[in-house]
Design a protein around this ligand. Structure first.
Ligand SMILES: [Zn+2]
Length: 330
């Protein structure tokens, strides 16, 4: 993912679509408020799920590590959910190569009409193009934070969904080939080369005509002391989802993490889910104006995005907020 110019504005169609969803979800809510017991979220378990992915080696599409991790993810999610689909696709990267990708989709209570969509990307970037050492800028990265952290949280949530079913249906979608965008020194600035798995899924969802009340994307959510400001496209397409999630965080005492600040546009998977699948979706992403690395977390797209950067408390904060959001839906 990367910053993109704010000049690419959302059209009124998407704003209309977002409002329509808002109306629908309001109508579906019953009048009396039920007390919901939200299961605890285990940071240890989430951490172990992050580490297990990283232990495969960089999950770069086309490598044995990628293949092995896909098998592991499918097996894990099959143990927790009702159905798992490995959605294979072919796509073309910036270098004109055709590559094979696999989105992995786990559905909980697929018969339920009202659904919440949870997303993250599971592939690792093939190039550490922002590494301080120029020699390493074509080296694949562990992508512990930029990829595995979000997936780890979603796996831990899946474990709970199996033990205590939420009122609403849930779909977890793990996108492939998010991070095969052109290395920065090539100066190719076309946004279409990022989020290839989400572009494919958004145009070809696993269920024909698939809809969800809203979607939440996790990206770089496991580093120490993260700050998650309100990203531009999230506000543009899904303002009420931003409010819902940030309000939940505030209630849990995490107002200094889910900060009440706006930030610019990030080219990430949620854009395509908004644009092509018309599901109002937000991005929870670590943005730090103090960072010397393009406002992302310090080790973004470097060889040091490894397990040393993963912080259990951060995983717990994000996990707890999402658990509260999902279990309070009805
Ligand atoms: Zn990335």
């Amino acid at each position: 993912m990367k910053y993109i110019l704010i000049s690419i504005l959302a059209t009124s169609f998407f704003i209309f679509s977002s409002c329509e969803q808002k109306g629908k979800s309001k109508k579906a809510k019953p009048k009396e408020k039920k007390t919901v017991v939200v299961p605890g979220f285990s940071a240890d378990s989430a951490y172990a799920f992050v580490k297990q992915q990283v232990d495969f080696g960089p999950r770069v599409p086309g490598t044995p590590a990628h293949e092995a991790c896909a098998g592991w993810l499918v097996k894990k999610l099959s143990a927790y959910s009702d159905t798992v689909i490995g959605q294979a696709f072919r796509t073309r990267t910036y270098d004109e190569e055709v590559r094979n990708g696999k989105n992995i989709i786990a559905s909980f209570a697929p018969e339920k009409k009202k659904r919440v969509l949870l997303m993250s990307h599971w592939d690792a970037r093939p190039f550490a193009d922002h590494d301080p050492d120029p020699e390493k800028r074509r080296t694949p990265i562990d992508a512990a934070n930029d990829g595995a952290s979000g997936v780890g949280i979603l796996l831990e949530m899946a474990r709970h969904f199996q033990q205590q079913q939420p009122e609403v249906g849930v779909d977890i979608v793990l996108f492939d080939l998010e991070d095969w965008g052109p290395p920065s020194d090539l100066e190719i600035y076309d946004d279409k080369y990022w989020g290839l798995g989400s572009q494919y899924w958004s145009k070809n969802p696993h269920v024909y005509g698939y809809q969800a009340a809203y979607g939440i994307l996790l990206d770089m959510v496991g580093a120490k002391n993260p700050t998650f400001p309100k990203e531009y496209f999230s506000r543009k397409y899904a303002r009420y989802v931003v409010d819902l999630v940030w309000y939940s965080a505030l209630n849990l005492g995490y107002g200094s993490v889910f900060v009440n600040q706006n930030t610019g546009a990030i080219n990430d998977d949620h854009i395509f889910v908004n644009r092509y699948a018309n599901i109002p979706s937000i991005d929870i992403i670590h943005i730090d104006p103090e960072s010397s690395n393009h406002s992302f977390f310090e080790h973004w797209h470097t060889t040091s995005d490894n397990m040393e950067q993963i912080n259990k408390q951060s995983l717990e904060i994000v996990g707890k907020v999402l658990m509260n959001v999902v279990y309070n839906e009805n």
